[in-house]
Design a protein around this ligand. Structure first.
Ligand code: SLL
Length: 156
């Protein structure tokens, strides 16, 4: 499809993880060496629009110590992986776009944060509530989008 010259579409999204210390009621009978449960995710902003107009598939590549280290989540998601384990590592994340975009997948890395961080006060709250959350805002840019994709995105 023809490209819209000079146009640029940008879309924000969140990449992050939550983590809990085990034992935890939501994660019964973890393997004995596992001390944490976590979820890594690609999400819309709070109250933000759904991502699935442009995001069709997310591949999360976990540490090789996991069976089936490559986890693929198709739209409509949720684009997340929940696991238990014992250590932090970088999750390799590939975002696959709507075919109309005519764009290759993009790559991001998210290093899992499993331990409380920040100020002493922040750490105390994380420990007390037994939840660590580490998120960052990401942006995807579509430069000179195809006409077809431009119409989909503007009409969303
Ligand atoms: C560390 N460099 O040792 C890191 C590696 C790997 C974490 C962490 C696997 C769990 C399973 C798991 O937690 N791997 O056995 O399925 O801190």
């Amino acid at each position: 499809s023809k490209r819209v010259r000079g146009a640029k579409l940008t879309r924000p999204f969140i990449i992050g993880n939550t983590a809990h210390v085990l034992p935890h009621p939501s994660f019964p009978n973890p393997p004995p060496a596992h001390t944490k449960a976590w979820t890594v995710y690609v999400r819309p902003l709070p109250h933000g629009p759904d991502l699935t107009t442009w995001l069709k598939k997310v591949q999360f590549k976990l540490h090789h110590t996991y069976a089936d280290a490559s986890r693929t989540i198709e739209a409509p998601g949720p684009f997340e992986v929940t696991e238990t384990g014992y250590g932090e590592f970088g999750v390799e994340i590939r975002l696959y776009f709507a075919p109309e975009a005519g764009e290759k997948a993009i790559y991001r890395e998210h290093y899992l944060v499993l331990a409380p961080y920040g100020t002493e006060e922040q750490k105390v709250v994380m420990e007390r509530e037994n939840v660590v959350r580490a998120e960052r805002l990401e942006i995807v840019e579509f430069n000179e989008p195809t006409m077809e994709f431009f119409k989909m995105m503007v009409g969303e």
